[in-house]
Each structure stands twice: as structure tokens, then as C-alpha cells.
Design a protein around this ligand. Structure first.
Ligand code: GDP
Length: 297
């Protein structure tokens, strides 16, 4: 389950001070040590941990809190607020274009869950925002990627634009955009190729696709289970493509949560959706406050 081991650790720490009528500075210090260890073990970026602990500590030893009737509760509230902040604070909404179609460009490494998430999000937006989507299959390198998107498209009854795997992806996207305008699709979702590692060829291609499609959102899809690798990948993609948000997949299998807790601080870009399973309805908008409450129990 998502964040399970981090959650267990933090909850055990919180339990010790929850009902306390009096908390000393030493108690706070001890608690901070435990939180710090729990976050590091959850594979949260060490700089992120350091800043987080400093902020919580400063607030927690504040006069008002230490002298309040329920200092234990107040400190837990501070931890919860700072965890929410760490994951981006407010939930961030999708950016729809005033001039249709709204274009969402999906990028990421192979296996991160791009194709699956593209179909999930097309389905989600169609249902919740009443849009008429077209998906463009521009991953011509991974064997079976086009077929996979077509299969998901026909399952969901969402059209897929494809020109096979012998046409340049930039041309595919250009023609797909024309098709969307001709068919009055007000939402276009572009599934691009990934590689096993970041390379110059991939980045060049994605830059060109971005140029011809003028996306309203550039979503980087990362696999939560890869921890700090996901964070490094995000930094690299953001440097080249100025992503607008992250879709974090496989959170259902990520008991640690290091990527989810680090990526916003490191890249400055929010997580907008999380994948919670393989099924087509297992995609949720990301709410930092709800996630923080869930972690702290
Ligand atoms: P792509 O290469 O980036 O297009 O990756 P795919 O969309 O093919 O996904 C790779 C694998 O991850 C597939 O087996 C998906 O079913 C699986 N997957 C994607 N998202 C999730 C998720 O949120 N949870 C789980 N458990 N599996 C996922």
C-alpha cells in the first residue's frame, strides 16, 4: 500500500507525544531525530529532509505551541501542514485551453506508465470535464506501444490517431493535430516514446513535438517505485522541456514514498495525478493535504 512503511514509522513517533500536556525542547529534538530517520529511510532526498526538519523544528518549539494546552496535538498539526506544503500545498488543477483543443503531452522513460496513464487520463477528463478526446500514438520505438494504445482506446471507446511506426513522430503529431481539429476533438493527448535512459535523441524529438503541438500541459510520467531515480529523471526532463506537472504511477506499490515527497521541492513542479493500479479507473487527482493526513493516520 502507498506510503505504508513511512506511515507506520511516523505514526509511532506521533503517538508518543499525541496526548502530552507538556512537551520539552528535548522531546521535540528526539521527535525530529525520529522523523528525520523515517524520511531518509523512505528515500526522501536528503536536502529536502534537512529543510523540512528545520522548518518543523522552528515552528514546533515556538512559544505559542509549547505553552498551549495540547502541545502534542499542535506539533502534530505542524508536521501535517509542512508535509502538505512539501507535496505542493494546494491541489493544482488541469490547465484547459481557452481555444480548443486542449493539448496534453505525455513524456517519460520507457515503462514508467505513459501509455497506460494517457488512456486513463483521457477517460478521466472525458468523464469529469465532458470533453471529446483524441489520442495520438507517437511512440514508434517501443514494440507494441501503438497497438497497446489502440487496444486501450477501443476498450474505452476513445479514437486513436496513428500512422504506424515508419513515419517520423513529429509528422505524426502534426497530422494528428490536424485530424483533431477536423473532427472537433477538444482534447488531444499525445503519447510519446520513452527510452530506457535519458538521451539527446529523445530530448530533441520531444522538443520538436512540443514545438508543433503547443501543449497546454507537459506531463512527465514517473514510476514512484524508482524513488530518487524518478526525482533525477524529473529534474532532467524539466530542464529541457519545462514540464508543467508530474503524473506519478504505481503509488499503489510504493510503501516508501520518497519520490512523491521529494519531487515538488526538487523540480518546483507539482504532482497532478497519481496512478493507483493497472485498471483504467485507477488514476486520481493528487491532493497533498489528503495524502499528508493519510500518511499521519
Ligand atoms: P510506458 O512504456 O511508459 O508507456 O509504460 P506502460 O503504460 O506500458 O506501463 C508499464 C507497466 O506499468 C504496465 O504493465 C502497466 O500496467 C503498469 N502500470 C502503469 N501505471 C500503473 C499504476 O499506477 N499502478 C500499477 N500497479 N501498475 C501500473
Amino acid at each position: 500500500m502507498a506510503f505504508e512503511s513511512l506511515s507506520d514509522r511516523l505514526q509511532a513517533t506521533m503517538k508518543k507525544i499525541r496526548g502530552r500536556g507538556k512537551v520539552s525542547e528535548n522531546d521535540v529534538k528526539q521527535m525530529m531525530r525520529e522523523i528525520r530517520l523515517a524520511l531518509l529511510e523512505a528515500d526522501v532526498n536528503f536536502k529536502v529532509v534537512k529543510t523540512f526538519i528545520k522548518k518543523v523544528q522552528e515552528r514546533a518549539v515556538g512559544q505559542e505551541i509549547m505553552k498551549s494546552l495540547t502541545p502534542g496535538q499542535q506539533i502534530i498539526k505542524v508536521v501535517q501542514e509542512e508535509l502538505t506544503e512539501l507535496m505542493g500545498g494546494e491541489q493544482t488543477k488541469l490547465n484547459f485551453s481557452l481555444k480548443p483543443p486542449t493539448v496534453l503531452l505525455f513524456v517519460g522513460l520507457q515503462g514508467a506508465g505513459k501509455t497506460t496513464s494517457a488512456a486513463k487520463l483521457a477517460n478521466h477528463i472525458r468523464k469529469n470535464n465532458n470533453k471529446k478526446p483524441l489520442m495520438i500514438a507517437a511512440d514508434i520505438y517501443r514494440p507494441a506501444a501503438i497497438k497497446q494504445l489502440q487496444t486501450l482506446g477501443s476498450q474505452l471507446n476513445i479514437p486513436v490517431f496513428s500512422l504506424g511506426d515508419q513515419v517520423n513522430p513529429v509528422d505524426i503529431v502534426r497530422q494528428g493535430m490536424d485530424q483533431a481539429r477536423a473532427d472537433h476533438n477538444d482534447l488531444v493527448i499525445i503519447d510519446t516514446a520513452g527510452r530506457l535512459h535519458i538521451d539527446e535523441g529523445l530530448m530533441n524529438e520531444l522538443e520538436q513535438i512540443k514545438e508543433v503541438s503547443h501543449p497546454d500541459e507537459v506531463f512527465l510520467v514517473v514510476d514512484a517505485m524508482t524513488g530518487q531515480d524518478a526525482v533525477n529523471v524529473a529534474r532532467a526532463f524539466n530542464d529541457r522541456l519545462d514540464i508543467t506537472g508530474v503524473i506519478m504511477t504505481k503509488l499503489d506499490g510504493d510503501t516508501r514514498g520518497g519520490a512523491a515527497l521529494s519531487i515538488r521541492s526538487v523540480t518546483g513542479k507539482p504532482i497532478k495525478f497519481v496512478g493507483m493500479g493497472e485498471k483504467m479507473d485507477a488514476l486520481e487527482p493528487f491532493h497533498p493535504d489528503r495524502m499528508a493526513s493519510r500518511i499521519l493516520g
